[in-house]
Design a protein around this ligand. Structure first.
Ligand code: SF4
Ligand code: SF4
Ligand code: FES
Length: 1022
């Protein structure tokens, strides 16, 4: 795949530019600055960003352009605003441009406070680097400095406006790129202010990127600042975000046994330069008070000692009491690929479950079938122009169906926002304005956007931009998709005369006007729906490369069926028509688990049945459960009680307390993503490695290691004896499993890479508060398949194909990534996860016994609810930062939550006499949940949107009736307000407590940690 967009990979036909009389090859598709930086030359800049293009605001990137080789004077040009032409000659080191650049930065620095020693950006600051690069080493300005009042921007991002150098990057990112509405630039001349109109929480799900986008320390990561360390004293690891199925690449920084921050790790196919805030800040859950740090249930028997130790003999003795029990294993979509594979191997395919309900099993099967048929594009593939042979293609239509991507896959939403600018770029292109001329493109093309349609169960931020947007019940969404398919089949659309041009802000009302002469498509549909479908069918018939985006969050296999039929219909259209489908999966390893899914897999209902049948046959519970990182939150209270009652021994492996750990007999504490090694498989089927940033304190150990111990002492699997993850992978490689073979091949290319920068303060200095004796670092052991060393010793991190952090000589900030790209926005020199990508899903699935599964489906996993169309559908509308259950333990996110709400259509509220801010009681199963009423005139009458903290995302598309909703009594209202305020208070207290605990740990952990580890007897999971 090749693309020529400003943010894409460049075409290979390079041209020659003479820089200081030396010829260099540069891409004609990007600007001169990008060409210079692609050749690893040093040229300072501020306002240009490789993803956002050029605006020419800072004047820092000046170079001298010469007419020809005889021109000795030349003229100053801004390289970021200058297109390249073959044979052009420029100077970087000539006196004029060098002096100009030095003067520009001197002017900028007149107001900068020079507070590097107390600035969180210090040591990784682009402004510092550029100041050094221009040679502005002495401060001459002696006047007073301009000062600003900082704003409170919420729990996540700090603000220190005095450091601003007015480069405009922040507002361009927040407003123009990410579509935020609550951040802007104010003032004029020397008093330009970047922030909100007044103090308040930044609303965008991408606000954390300001920390990386701002070249100075104006925007800071508040969580990192609260427990701060310099970049050079962080121990970093390449990791993968565990908070949704996109699988953005991250770099986790750790010091003294606690995670400090997550930074973006460039992957040109996926996240590029940006993460969402759930991924950036959500990692805080690993430090939460809810983490499990001791073994529960066997402690007393084995006399398990305190934190920091683990005695295998005692554990074996305790486990021997359960050996001989018959176990069912339940894996999970948030546990690593390896751990799930091992679990299945240990219990056998007849006793393996993914913890899915019958409905989710049917959903998973449909998902698997869709992925096998329709290859999933990377984010970059969706966003950029793709070259297929001589043809260049880009998505010219987006249809969002039944998935609120802003909630379930925020980074994908950011990609779609960029994709929608394709039409504007093309329009500008038609008059010769290049893609990278950001300001010119926006000026000329205005708000022109690529056409988009949306059919959802809830409102989304895309609705306003859409050419048409419908909000319907799930059943109605399915009906609409079916009708759309029929319309396309019948070539009904060939008679439609409405011209579809790229247009901005067309709501469904304006779409209706255009189609007002058309007849209603079907009696099942309202006029509004019929007209919408006519317009959409028209758009689909005219597009060349439409993108359909859907997902599993509405939990409807029937919806996936309907999408499958739609795609089949579109795919038949013609050879020059390339419809693409993107399916958002529920969790970080949901697609990985499809590998283990077949007709033998047990649904959770089957697990309950088996436990209860054996219970009644044997008169005592005789089936035991081994549950891997699953809280079974989607089960009803009754189902959970049944499971507990009929199961003999419940052993749960998890890192955070939940409803199952509370009811389990034995809980084994497993390490969280920051302390673990393994792979997740993202929505595309891309197998991506994550590495531990640090080693957890025993008895917290990696999930696969616990499973190995259980194999040895409980499940009698003598062949399973893994001292390391590498051994586990090679075990499966020997059995011919393709994923393991690829993983092994990739790992052989590694060397010993340092996790700390070569500027680290050194162990003596870092632990001097306790001892000046140099302590041993963790031994590199076989549990460390990437060869990442827990120290500053080792090979250059940047030569690794999995860079723990980004750095290059003279480039200390994250902008150093350009020094590692083959060219700006291109692949890294040392490709990382890409080596392992896109294992074909047909290879991925380990069973072929799925023939005729369609017929067996309802017998295998019967699901009555799918056929029921109740009068109300419950849809989870929780904010994006709480849409992943793991982030419910992060105090900062809890503090951002504005409270439980139950959102009703105007009609439903009127019929039931509910008013805004009434408190309602929702009864689900035996659980009573309370929320304030919100009334939404756009909402479907048969949908109830709930944003209830206590309700997990996995409960969605639940059929209820109006009887489930009642007005709360006066006492209940008082309790509700109390609970709401308590939640905040507890979160506030927890936030303070966590900080105190971590700071205390800083003073005590390192030495004891290291001492214990150096005594460890070759325990790979030390
Ligand atoms: S706040 Fe940062 S990103 Fe924004 S204009 Fe100032 S220096 Fe640039
Ligand atoms: S989009 Fe998903 S994977 Fe990417 S950073 Fe956000 S939560 Fe993580
Ligand atoms: S980077 Fe060129 S003007 Fe700012």
């Amino acid at each position: 795949m090749m693309s020529d967009d400003v943010t894409g990979k460049m075409k290979s036909n390079k041209i020659t530019v003479y820089i200081d009389d030396v010829p260099y090859l540069v891409s004609p598709e990007n600007n001169l600055l990008a060409g210079v930086l692609s050749n690893k030359l040093k040229l300072p800049y501020f306002c240009w960003h490789p993803s956002m293009g050029s605006v020419g605001a800072c004047r820092q990137c000046a170079v001298t352009q010469y007419m020809d080789e005889n021109d000795t004077r030349g003229r100053l040009v801004m390289s970021c605003m200058t297109p390249v032409v073959d044979g052009m000659r420029i100077g970087l080191i000539d006196k004029a441009s060098a002096k100009f650049r030095q003067q520009v930065i001197a002017a900028m620095m007149t107001n900068h406070p020079h507070d590097c020693p107390v600035c969180a950006e210090g040591g990784e600051c682009h402004l510092q680097d550029m100041t050094v690069m221009t040679g502005h080493s002495a401060r001459q300005y002696r006047g007073g400095k301009r000062t600003f009042t900082n704003q409170y921007l919420g729990e996540l991002v700090g603000h220190e406006m005095n450091r601003c150098i007015t480069c405009y990057r922040c507002v361009r990112f927040y407003k123009d790129y990410a579509g935020g509405k609550d951040f802007d630039v104010f003032g004029s001349r020397n008093q330009v202010y970047f922030g909100r109109q007044k103090d308040g929480v930044l609303e965008s799900a991408f606000s954390g990127n300001l920390v990386e986008v701002c070249p100075t320390g104006v925007f800071t990561n508040k969580l990192f600042s609260a427990h701060y360390t310099r970049k050079w004293d962080l121990q970093s690891a390449p990791s993968v975000c565990a908070h949704c199925s996109i699988g953005c690449n991250t770099s986790i920084g750790e010091r003294y046994g606690s995670v400090r921050r997550v930074m973006n790790r460039y992957n040109h196919e996926l996240n590029g330069y940006f993460l969402c805030d759930r991924g950036r800040f959500g990692i805080g859950f690993v430090n939460s008070m809810a983490r499990i740090s001791t073994i529960k249930g066997v402690n007393n028997k084995v006399g398990e000692p305190s934190l920091g130790t683990f005695n295998e003999k005692s554990f074996a003795k305790a486990m021997s009491e359960h050996s001989g029990e018959s176990f069912i294993g339940i894996g999970s979509a948030r546990a690593s690929f390896e751990a799930n594979r091992l679990m299945k191997h240990l219990v056998g395919k007849e006793n393996f479950s993914l913890g899915y309900t019958n409905q989710e099993m049917q959903l998973a099967l449909r998902h698997k079938q869709l992925l096998a048929q329709y290859p999933q594009q990377s984010l970059s593939g969706m966003e950029h122009r793709v070259h297929q042979g001589s043809e260049a293609k880009e998505h010219d239509l987006v249809v969002l169906i039944g998935e609120n991507i802003a909630q379930t896959a925020p980074r994908l939403a950011l990609t779609i926002k960029q994709l929608l600018r394709n039409a504007a770029r093309d329009k500008a292109d038609s008059i010769g304005v290049k893609h990278w001329q950001d300001s010119a493109v926006r000026t000329y093309a205005g708000n022109t956007t690529t056409p988009m349609f949306s059919i959802q169960a809830q409102q989304s931020e895309f609705d306003q931009q859409a050419n048409g947007a419908l909000i319907l019940s799930v059943q109605k969404i399915i009906t609409c998709v079916e009708h759309l398919t029929q319309m396309l089949h019948a070539e009904f659309i060939s008679h439609i005369v409405v011209p579809l041009k790229a247009q901005q802000g067309n709501t469904v009302e304006s779409a209706n006007q255009k189609c007002s002469s058309q007849e209603s498509v079907s009696k099942e549909l309202s006029d509004q729906e019929s007209k919408f479908l006519l317009l959409l069918a028209n758009a689909l018939s005219q597009a060349k490369m439409p993108l359909i985006v859907t997902g599993l969050s509405l939990k409807s296999p029937l919806l996936l069926n309907a999408i499958d039929n739609l795609m089949a219909c579109l795919s038949q259209k013609s050879h020059c028509y390339s419809p693409e489908l993107t399916v958002v999966a529920p969790e970080c390893n949901s697609v990985g688990n499809l590998h283990f899914f077949n007709e033998h897999s047990l649904s959770i209902e089957q697990v309950i049945n088996r436990c209860s049948t054996r219970h009644s046959e044997n008169k005592v519970p005789s089936t035991s459960l081994l549950i891997l990182e699953h809280d079974l939150a989607q089960l009803s209270h009754q189902q959970l009680q049944q499971l507990r009652q009929h199961c003999k021994t419940m052993i749960v492996l998890d890192h955070t307390d939940n409803q199952l750990t509370k009811m389990a007999d034995i809980v084994l504490p497993v390490s969280a993503v920051s302390e673990s090694n393994g792979h997740f498989v993202n929505y595309q089927g891309r197998l991506q490695r994550f590495s531990s940033a640090h080693i957890a304190v025993k008895p917290i150990m990696e999930n696969w290691y616990w499973l190995g111990l259980l194999a040895k002492h409980l499940l009698t699997h003598p062949e399973v004896s893994f001292a390391s993850l590498t051994q586990l992978q090679s075990f499966f490689a020997k059995h011919g499993e393709p994923w393991a073979l690829q993983v092994m091949t990739c790992q052989q290319q590694n060397s010993n890479v340092a996790r700390e920068t070569h500027r680290a303060s050194g162990r003596t200095a870092m632990t001097a508060n306790q001892s000046v004796h140099e302590s041993k670092t963790f031994l590199e052991n076989s549990n460390n398949p990437e060869g990442l060393r827990f120290s500053m010793e080792g090979d250059d991190a940047n030569s690794s194909h999995n860079m723990p952090y980004a750095w290059a000589p003279a480039w200390n900030s994250n902008q150093s990534i350009f020094q590692h790209q083959q060219e700006i926005n291109g692949e890294l020199h040392h490709k990382g996860n890409e080596n392992l990508l896109n294992l074909s899903l047909s290879v991925f699935f380990d069973d072929t016994a799925e023939e005729n599964i369609e017929e067996k489906l309802d017998k295998l996993w019967p699901c009555e609810v799918l056929k029921r169309d109740g009068d109300l559908t419950l849809i989870q509308n929780i904010p994006w930062f709480l849409a992943d259950q793991q982030t419910h333990n992060l105090p900062e996110f809890i503090l951002m939550f504005t409270g439980n709400t139950i959102e009703l259509s105007t009609e439903f509220a009127r019929l039931n006499h509910y008013s805004t801010d009434d408190v309602l009681k929702l009864t689900i199963d035996e659980q009573q949940l309370f929320g304030r009423v919100k009334i939404n005139s756009n909402q479907s009458q048969s949908v109830v949107l709930v944003s209830l903290f206590e309700l997990p995302m996995s409960i969605n598309n639940l059929i209820i009736t109006a009887k489930n909703i009642n007005i709360a009594t006066t006492e209940e209202v008082t309790d509700f307000h109390q609970v709401e305020s308590n939640r905040k208070q507890i979160a506030q207290q927890e936030k303070a407590d966590i900080l105190i605990r971590l700071k205390k740990q800083d003073q005590t952990v390192p030495i004891s940690f290291i001492t214990n580890e150096s005594k460890a007897e070759g325990n790979s999971n030390a």
